[in-house]
Design a protein around this ligand. Sequence first.
Ligand code: IZC
Ligand code: ZN
Length: 435
Amino acid sequence: MELQNNTGTKPTHVDILLTHIGQLLTMNHDHDQPVTGEQMNHVPMLEDAVVGIKDGRIAYIGQMQDQTTQQIKSDQMIDCKGKLVTPGLVDPHTHLVFGGSREHEFDLKLKGIPYLDILAQGGGILSTVEMTRRATEDELYDKATFHLERMLSYGMTTIEAKSGYGLDRETELKQLRVVKRLQQEQDTDIVSTFLGAHAIPKEWKQDPDGMLDLMIDILDEVKREELAEFVDIFCETGVFTVEQSKRYLAAAKDKGFGLKIHADEIDPLGGTELAAALGATSADHLVGSSDNGIEQLAANKVTAVLLPGTSFYLGKTEHARARTMIENQVSVALSTDFNPGSSPTENIQFIMNLAALQLKMNPAEVWNAVTVNAAHAINRGHSVGQIREGWQADVVLWDAPNYQYIPYHYGVNHVNTVIKKGKIKVVRGCRQDEF
Ligand code: IZC
Ligand code: ZN
């Protein structure tokens, strides 16, 4: 007998069957838009649920007591013992590919030397640029794979990855080719962003506009080789001005790229308004966004990607105004901002804790921000970030009794099992089932 439900014919036999799921967060809001306002306070879920996976896709969603559930046969059964199951998490802002690390600057940072001062002295991003220029493509690939696997172990199954540690033609393209190879060879879905305008190296110190001309020129090659979908810029004091960002992003838009911007991260320059005016897919950081900027984001449907780990690591007391954004109908997403300077962590779960504690987002809002809205922030809202029949099977089983538990119990990894494209990739769960 074939199983039926409202989406059509279902197989009676699946590859993996997850049973006795306490809370199944489908995150399916029955529409294809980012989630905003009061809706962010809602977590679509099924209790006492079952998920069947076949050929890498979600083949069945039901409840334990359903008649159809009783008839499904499976090659592999996973008894979830009443625990939480969610979509694989999506991280819409990472600087995944880089050479070296920056612990040699940690003492300076701890002495209170500000991030932008370290950069102005030729350190910070520029020290990572030196290490990235020196690294071979294989070295960058191996190192990025290490970080990617760690991200997967924390439940992240789709991420965005930026270039920006080359700042010259050769090294920017080298970074993007590493991302392309990762896309082809690794299971994690990766969305590529060109961030050639990330900092101004000494050879361009006197002529930042000349550097932007070069980066705009490189865009044609990036397009031809399909090396990136998005273009991003660091709009910040001592880096690129709002005017320069506008010229650069407008050129990228003309060439058919989606837009992102590091906006109002440290100083409130007005990058938020620029993102809205240009119709960017996302505006990221937004610690210093004005009221007007926040209203403009909502009016132009730009997703706000907030990175509370960065504020934490930079020792800031000021945080992005998530509550004002949510009240004003801005779609809010969260990210690690994984990078070697202002946020060296692959742990999105810690970011979820910080979003609750520092941004005052409630657990439901946090979950929408790391699934549906994060997917929309990288133009993947139609394929990842939800558990839906027919969609790719990216699923996480957590050692947690409910969704509130993850942002509440901080600083540890709650992942039990990660399934990516229907394959069991990470099993690290606790054997005990007491929380
Ligand atoms: O390497 O410091 N903010 N770019 C803008 C970064 C942080 C990454 C870094
Ligand atoms: Zn960043």
